[in-house]
Design a protein around this ligand. Structure first.
Ligand code: CP3
Length: 345
């Protein structure tokens, strides 16, 4: 068995219906783990954690040691890319991310002008390199980045916004600005993902977390087109790369699947998984989609949620996961119970 075929998640991404399904969780390193809270305290802050390879490797490995997930995801954040492009980014305790908003095409032209963003991201790439050396051989290592539309929503609003009103207004009022920004993000994301793959990431995931706020008439221009250019750009340089695209928004999921460039599609928790996979191309690997709150609740809600996903996806290439990031209130015992149920199925 080669290294690649010993990694169950890679076999799924190559189209095999592996059973029991491989499992990992979005945001599997995080505040629901006491050891994460301890390391974050020592690091002094969230971005300090992301840019210090000693701490970042430590928190990435914590959920692997505790739960033995089939995949490990690099500990970082999608917002390190705007930060690397020179935008001011900070995290307010308990309030989520803050950025100094950008507003014009001139602002876009200044992005990355002072320093090569890849230089700024060097500690993150060093974290990937060390992780591949330290992880068990059978554990898949995932890198990631944010999709341009999702990143643009933070870069323009300066914070999380429920329906991305500032971004949607900007794209209607000044399309050249938003398209220019998205193009800048496409180029940087290709270089960033190639660097992660060269450092040892087996596969990468692109997060289109703001896919619920896409005007249908603009989906192709601001989301699918840019995602396709990233995937094709990375594959032109590293043909062995495997790329998972996670999208929130069920309608968007099917347009993405039909577009045919993603190696696998991540399904959000609002989407009916049975109906969704029935419409996916037969061999296209899927991932997801337990409601993170079913995992917080535990008990029957959790068991029924797991069983419904397994029943809908058995016989097709599927990676078990949540339909969005794990919540910080999640009891550790519920994570253990979920893994046991998926592996015992
Ligand atoms: O999954 C992992 O374990 C890898 C690390 C990872 C983080 N963020 C760590 C993190 C990944 C893959 C992300 C992606 C990310 N970051 C997304 C896309 C996925 C999604 O959730 O939709 C987005 C939109 C962000 C931006 C971001 N970063 C937000 C909105 C927040 C605040 C959320 C919160 O719960 O407070 C962050 C902070 C963040 N990123 C934390 C972690 C563990 C919590 C920070 C802390 O320790 O206080």
């Amino acid at each position: 068995m080669t290294e690649r075929t010993s990694r169950k998640l890679m076999r799924v991404l190559d189209g095999e219906a592996v059973w029991p399904q491989p499992i990992w969780l979005m945001r599997q390193a995080g505040r629901y783990l006491p050891e994460y809270r301890e390391t974050r305290g020592r690091a002094g802050g969230f971005l300090e954690l992301c840019y210090n390879p000693d701490f970042a490797v430590e928190v990435t490995l914590q959920p692997i040691r505790r739960f033995g997930f089939d995949a490990s995801i690099l500990f970082s954040d999608i917002l390190v890319v705007p930060h690397a492009l020179g935008q001011k980014v900070w995290f307010e305790e308990g309030e989520g991310p803050r950025l100094a908003p950008i507003a014009t095409l001139d602002d876009v032209k200044r992005l990355g002008a002072d320093k090569d963003p890849l230089e700024h991201l060097a500690p993150v790439i060093e974290t990937v390199r060390r992780l591949r050396a330290e992880l068990p051989s059978e554990t898949t290592l995932l890198g990631f980045c944010g999709a341009p539309w999702t990143l643009a929503s933070y870069m323009i609003a300066g914070r999380s916004t429920p329906e991305q009103a500032p971004l949607r207004l900007a794209v209607y009022r000044d399309p050249a600005f938003v398209i220019g920004l998205i193009e800048r993000l496409v180029e940087t994301s290709i270089r960033y993902l190639v660097a992660q793959i060269d450092a040892g990431a087996d596969a990468v995931q692109i997060f289109e977390s703001m896919g619920t706020s896409l005007p249908p008439s603009l989906v192709e221009t601001v989301s699918l087109g840019p995602l396709r250019r990233i995937v094709e750009g990375v594959k032109a340089e590293r043909p062995q790369a495997r790329i998972i695209v996670f999208v929130r928004g069920g309608g968007h999921l099917h347009r993405l699947a039909a577009a045919g460039f993603a190696d696998a599609v991540g399904v959000d928790w609002q989407t009916d998984i049975a109906a969704a996979v029935a419409r996916l191309p037969e061999g296209l690997p899927s991932q997801g989609n337990l409601d993170p709150l079913a995992l917080v609740a535990g008990g029957r809600a959790l068991e029924e949620g797991i069983d419904a996903i397994l029943a809908a996806t058995r016989g097709r290439p599927h990676v078990f996961n949540l339909g969005h990031g794990i919540e910080k209130e999640t009891p550790i015992a519920h994570v253990e119970a979920m893994i046991a149920r998926v592996r015992g199925a």
